[in-house]
Design a protein around this ligand. Structure first.
Ligand SMILES: [Zn+2]
Length: 88
């Protein structure tokens, strides 16, 4: 046997986090949350509570401000081809 179910693993993880947070409290360190780190934008460094939306990637986050800026940059680069290039 030895195979743990997902629920058992989650319970074990929660117990571990409680024990770890007790240790961190003794050391005066901030407690860990379920996601271990509050999401920060990987591009501008804003925290989730500083922006309207935070989009999570595989191991990165991007905020709505950076999405808007990136969108503007992409649109600025997408210059429509001159009709002459196609016609001539
Ligand atoms: Zn950002």
């Amino acid at each position: 046997m030895g195979n743990l179910t997902t629920d058992e693993l989650k319970a074990a993880e929660a117990e571990l986090r409680v024990a770890l947070n007790k240790l961190r409290a003794v050391r005066g360190e901030p407690p860990l949350t379920a996601s271990s780190q509050p999401p920060y934008c990987s591009f501008c460094g804003r925290a989730k509570n500083e922006v309207r939306a935070m989009i999570a990637g595989a191991s990165v986050h991007i905020c709505n401000v950076c999405v808007a800026e990136a969108s503007q940059l992409i649109q600025a680069e997408e210059v429509p081809p001159s009709p002459c290039v196609q016609a001539c």
